[in-house]
Design a protein around this ligand. Structure first.
Ligand code: GLV
Ligand code: MN
Ligand code: MN
Length: 411
């Protein structure tokens, strides 16, 4: 009953205005957003959200990785229900990736206020630092450090492209917000629900407005390093060459074929970053490095690919470097049931699907019962200034979030 009332208090104009306003911090000329984690534009965006949260009567806390927590108190001294996402963007980002989840969380806080509702548990909206991994690698630093604080020691010395360490960027953030009370990482939470754009075509193709996200596919990142010998492009006969690029391309073909053979239709394999030495038009390449992003929902397929990748590297005398790995995540059945119930109560058709992208909820799922809701992405486009979602879908997603969070807060 009360959950439906809060869903109905979600205000379309206020939600859409907040999305447009946040997008002014780091706005690109082409309508997109470029807001690297902990840069000046991110700090100004955070200042704007801190002011908004205080105006809503929320307390604001920060932790050791500059994650921000906006808290609306509940009636009982219980662990909070959490929601939120990230506000850093890709260099060619849009207005919605991450921001939508944070701002829909703010809209739920405002809707609870408008309805004068008192929940049993506190509700917290979090901004997780550096989810995109564009400025500091790996991504999802804030959420992964929140659930496993020992990671901070490893992350502190990570440098951005200008050689600034994460720890210096965190100092800068502390100086920007000197009065913010600190809170410990790894604090207990009753549940976490993240609302996000799908960033793919499935909902739109099915003509369905909401997805209940069952989990997140697993991922393995590697770098392959291949050696050759630099030599003159015009004088070196073909049989005498040791061309690192020729070998790298053969490796790429072999890895691509095995990825498809193992993972079939569910395989997602990307050879996204290449570096070549000496990178000269008339010198045979002496060294090539390339990355692999391999994703699949099945852990045994990920493990089989890992074995093949190492064997292929060994067979060809290449060096393989494992950069990042995360197992497939299954979200909590009771949180998914709560999302399902919210969508039913709002008469919204749903699809159950597995997320292709990773999200902060991937780490929160190891900390507390977690789940995600997706809304459609127009033409499946994301990480692009053209990223967009129909206004009606944005509002429906926020209403489903409001329903689900209110139910969980009164658990
Ligand atoms: C991040 O969003 C990723 O899935 O790579
Ligand atoms: Mn995101
Ligand atoms: Mn993203």
């Amino acid at each position: 009953m009360i959950a439906r009332q809060i869903a109905d208090a979600v205000n379309q104009d206020r939600l859409l205005e907040s999305i447009d306003t946040l997008a002014t911090f780091g706005a690109r000329g082409d309508g997109g957003v470029d807001r690297p984690a902990l840069g000046e534009r991110d700090i100004e965006a955070r200042r704007f959200l801190i002011d908004r949260a205080r105006a809503l009567g929320c307390s604001v806390h920060v932790d050791a990785c500059a994650n921000l927590f906006f808290r609306r108190e509940g009636g009982a001294a219980l662990a909070p229900v959490m929601t939120g996402s990230h506000i850093d963007t890709q260099p060619t980002g849009g207005k919605l990736d991450g921001c939508y989840g944070v701002l829909a969380g703010f809209e739920v806080l405002a809707a609870l206020n408008d309805a004068n509702a008192r929940t049993r548990r506190p509700l917290e909206v979090a901004i997780w630092t550096n989810e995109e991994g564009t400025r500091f690698s790996p991504g999802a630093m804030g959420s992964s450090a929140f659930v496993e604080p020992s990671r901070m020691a490893r992350y502190a010395d990570v440098r951005d492209s200008e050689r600034i360490t994460l720890s210096a960027a965190l100092d800068h953030h502390r100086r920007a917000f000197p009065g913010l009370p600190q809170r410990a990482q790894h604090e207990a939470a009753h549940a976490f629900v993240e609302l996000h754009i799908e960033q793919g075509p499935q909902l739109e193709d099915a003509g369905v407005p909401l997805a209940v996200v069952n989990g997140i596919q697993g991922v393995r990142w590697y770098a392959f390093h291949v050696q050759g010998t630099a030599a003159h492009a015009g004088t070196t006969p073909m049989p005498l060459r040791r061309d690192a690029m020729t070998l790298a391309i053969a490796l790429r073909q072999e890895l691509d074929a095995i990825a498809h053979e193992l993972g079939r239709a569910d395989t997602r394999v990307t050879f996204g970053r290449w570096s070549i030495e000496p990178n000269s038009i008339n010198t045979i390449p002496s060294a090539v490095s390339f990355t692999i992003d391999f994703r699949h929902p099945d852990a045994s397929v990920l493990a089989a690919f890992d074995e093949h990748a190492h064997a292929i590297a060994q067979r060809h005398g290449a060096r393989i470097e494992a950069l990042f790995t995360h197992a497939p995540v299954a979200f909590d059945a009771s949180v998914l049931a709560c999302i399902d119930e919210a969508c039913r109560a709002l008469d919204a058709r749903t699809l159950h699907l597995t997320s292709g992208a990773f999200h902060d909820a991937m780490y929160l799922a190891t900390h507390c019962p977690s789940g995600m809701i997706f809304v459609p992405s127009i033409d499946g486009i994301s990480h692009n200034p053209a990223e967009a979602t129909d206004a009606g879908h944005l509002v429906l997603g926020a209403r489903a979030l409001a329903h689900c969070l209110t139910t969980l807060c009164n658990d």
